[in-house]
Ligand binder design. Structure first.
Ligand SMILES: Nc1ncnc2c1ncn2[C@@H]1O[C@H](COP(=O)(O)OP(=O)(O)OP(=O)(O)O)[C@@H](O)[C@H]1O
Ligand SMILES: [Mg+2]
Length: 172
């Protein structure tokens, strides 16, 4: 191996170790586009899966969570879990969707009451809004979604999706 090739492969290994692989998606979407992205992502998720949905109030986390859940076969109403923190829904193929909204999480006690450590069963797809409220407890293998408003563009969002850790099934 030439010095140059060795340096390049070392750099690639470093990038992979740091979880800095290319984003699965990076772009600007309207609401319908975000919902379509949710369907595409749902088709690629193999449980146990954990999707961290980040962004300010009104960024579109619930819009995306519902689109993913619907694509996984969740029917009926899906209220926002703002007050319940955790809502479970049966989905297709024996799966279960768990929709979390940790915005009102008061601290580590309430976090353990939520049964956090029991999440991640083989049939579960966890969709988590405000994951930063439990940052240290997130599974290292997860899908990270960042949503952000765009100045002067109320119907558009900047959207970035990144796959962390071993999720070889999530391909693009
Ligand atoms: N491109 C877009 N993507 C998603 N939502 C959009 C978009 N454009 C406009 N919206 C609107 O923005 C709002 C997003 O609300 P949503 O409840 O999904 O936000 P949220 O991130 O879950 O907020 P919260 O932190 O309060 O839970 C909806 O009213 C939706 O119609
Ligand atoms: Mg929400």
């Amino acid at each position: 191996m030439s010095d140059e090739t060795a340096a390049a492969s070392q750099a690639a290994a470093g990038a992979a170790a740091a979880g800095s692989r290319a984003p699965w998606f990076d772009g600007t979407l309207d609401e319908a586009g975000l919902q379509a992205l949710g369907r595409e992502l749902a088709a690629q998720l193999t449980p146990p899966a954990f999707v961290a949905l980040r962004g300010d109030l009104g960024a579109g986390k619930t819009v995306l969570a519902r689109a993913i859940a619907r694509a996984l076969g969740v029917t009926g109403t899906m209220p926002s879990p703002t007050y319940n923190l955790l809502l479970r829904y049966p989905a297709a193929e024996g799966r279960e969707v768990i929709h979390l909204d940790l915005y009102r999480l008061s601290g580590p006690d309430e976090s353990s009451e939520l049964g956090w450590q029991d999440l991640g069963a083989d049939h579960e797809v966890v969709l988590c809004e405000w994951p930063e409220r439990a940052e240290g407890e997130l599974p290292p293998s997860r899908v990270e979604v960042q949503l952000a408003a765009l100045a002067g563009e109320p119907t558009l969002r900047q959207v970035q999706v990144q796959v962390l850790g071993e999720q070889p099934e999530v391909r693009r």
